[in-house]
Design a protein around this ligand. Sequence first.
Ligand code: URA
Length: 291
Amino acid sequence: MPNRPQPPEPPQQPEPPLWEQWAAGTAQPDDGALRDGERLQKVLAQTGYGSRRVCEELITAGRVTVNGTVAILGARIDPEIDLVEVDGRPVPVRAGLVYYLLNKPTGVVSTAKDTHGRPTVVDFVPEEPRVYPVGRLDAETEGLLILTNDGELTNRLTHPKFGVEKEYLANVEPAPVSPRALRTLRDGVELDDGLTAPARVSQPEPGLLRITIHEGRNRQVRRMCDAVGHHVIRLVRVRIGPLSDRRLAPGEWRPLDAAEVRQLINATPSEVISPDVPKRGDLKARSSRPG
Ligand code: URA
């Protein structure tokens, strides 16, 4: 075969100097830097796990894994890609994750957009980066709500299998609530979506209930109270897992600090326990138990 004439090679452009590439936004990251990543103990320390020394000890003790493999001291990671876990719980090492605690006022909906034009919880916090509420409070319910762009933590805080406690104060009518009704609330109430799990319930004042649940079904507290003949006239969430804040006024928000985020993660078990959710018909058997 005769050699076909080849098109002439385009003239080679010399590569512009690196500083010009950075200015034009065309610079490629150095492969070596990417491969090397950041030191694991430094990244851990930045997320609030304690000093670098403490984080080194965690690594040496074999409590830290990267992508499921026990990490060794000196390991480097890419926080944008690698999954870091301590004692089996994910650590939010990715840059750009934000966590806010809002005291939701009444009349505000817990969605990103409301079809009826009502204010939403995201209207209260910075627009960027975009965050989502962790679970929901009814429009009429007040109190603590977390907003974040950390999907993993959202899942752990809302999934019933992790059983994170939520505590509410409920003003109910008529007052007071009888010891029998309190016992029913504690043992489990038959609702149209099944029996509720055991709850902690006390009555610090006549008609004021302190209720701690870990299921998070739709309008659960209101429906539980209705089921024992008491209507909720005011409902406030005062605690999410380890997190409470009496100084945050309705409508106010603040960022969570690294230690608070870590406490929240620690409130979700690393070994998933099966939820203590009784089935329909279990009530009789359980209510005969002491306590
Ligand atoms: N239970 C309710 O009834 N409403 C809420 O908003 C939260 C828990």
